[in-house]
Design a protein around this ligand. Structure first.
Ligand code: UDP
Length: 342
């Protein structure tokens, strides 16, 4: 690819939220592959540290701005061949604590990105979430399953509802205006650079274990999740971005290796003890009402059916949970990445 582009401008990707956890990994991969990368990020949950190693690269351009800044967004979009929209309010803790910010950022942000993309007809890949399946109890979830959400008085569901509106809006731009869009529903994605500040369980457990604190398991810990390594998520998003048949479609992107949260906590404790025999962490069970808000509802299980993405772009996860936990542990033992939890 690089040799054929020696005399022409490399393909340009616009990454909204490119200084965030997933966005910074995508940006890094694209730069390594010889692409030009434009990032727009207001550093609200992302951080400059995530992209500091890219800032001097001639193919990398960082705009410190919100996607609500139409002028900056328009200019970047005018130069892009493909946009990957990751800028969003994420993390259950953040959503419960700041529902206005979540709803406005996710809905208005998506609208701004689609309005800019349609002006230049830029193919747009939208990062959605398995949260849109709500509290449905089907195992596994397929893309056209019905959605079951809790009532509007439970703010947790506002995140799922905003991401559903985003999906509806993107598909409406495709059907009504012909904008090429692809929707990826990411299931619990983890790896280096993810912070525990906004509620994500693996960075929280690993940081607690490294500090010798007890790991806080919410509820009875029997709820389970499937954790996907961020490098696998990046591969999926980039394959979808390159696939014309994927346009106008929705895809699950997740691991199918399921583990209960209490079992996950035990695994993190064991792994940390292998590195530090002095580690004394145990498990604390914390009621949901105390961890989040009174009446908080959690999902018991969340498993993706990856048949569709496998058929379209031949993608499947490659990294097992053991490797994910190892990578996260290593990233946190590098003290630069030890971000304090609230
Ligand atoms: N969880 C936990 N302790 C924590 C953070 C999360 O037990 O410190 C639980 C949470 O209640 C959920 C699971 O871990 O059942 C995954 O939470 P996360 O916020 O990572 O992702 P979610 O699946 O809720 O989007």
């Amino acid at each position: 690819m690089v040799s054929s582009q020696l005399f022409s401008k490399p393909k340009t990707y616009l990454i909204t939220g490119g200084a965030g956890f997933i966005g910074s990994h995508i940006s890094e991969t694209l730069i390594q592959q010889g692409y030009r990368v434009l990032v727009i990020d207001n550093l609200s949950t992302g951080s400059l540290a995530n992209i500091s190693h890219l800032l001097d690269h001639p193919n990398f351009h960082f705009a410190y701005a919100s996607i609500a800044d139409d002028v900056v967004l328009d200019r970047l979009m005018s130069e892009a061949d493909v946009a990957i929209h990751l800028a969003a309010a994420v993390g259950v803790k953040l959503i419960v604590e700041q529902p206005v910010h979540t709803i406005e950022t996710n809905v208005m942000g998506m609208e701004s990105v689609l309005q800019a993309a349609i002006r230049y007809r830029v193919k747009t890949v939208i990062a959605s979430t398995s949260e849109v399946y709500g509290k449905g109890n089907k195992v596994p979830f397929t893309e056209d399953d019905d959605v079951v959400l809790g009532p509007t008085c439970r703010s947790r569901w506002s995140y799922a509802a905003t991401k559903m509106v985003d999906e509806f809006l993107a598909l409406a731009y495709y059907h009504e205006k012909g904008l090429p869009v692809v929707i990826a529903r990411l299931f619990n994605t983890v790896g280096p650079r993810q912070t525990g500040q906004y509620g994500m369980v693996i960075p929280r457990f690993v940081q607690q274990a490294l500090k010798g604190e007890n790991l806080s398991v919410y509820g009875d810990g029997k709820q389970s999740r499937c954790f996907l390594h961020v490098s696998d998520a990046v591969k999926a998003l980039l394959k979808l971005a390159e696939c014309n048949e994927a346009i106008g479609e929705v895809f699950n992107v997740g691991s199918t290796e399921e583990i209960s949260i209490v079992e996950l906590a035990r695994k993190v404790i064991t792994l940390t003890r292998q590195k530090n025999k002095e580690s004394q962490s145990d498990i604390d069970f914390v009621p949901y009402g105390q961890a989040y808000a009174p009446g908080f509802e959690d999902m018991q299980r969340r498993v993706p059916d990856n048949t569709k993405i496998q058929q379209y772009v031949n993608w499947q996860p490659t990294k097992i949970l053991e490797e994910i936990l190892h990578d996260v542990l290593v990233s946190f033992t590098d003290s630069e990445h030890l971000v304090p939890q609230k």
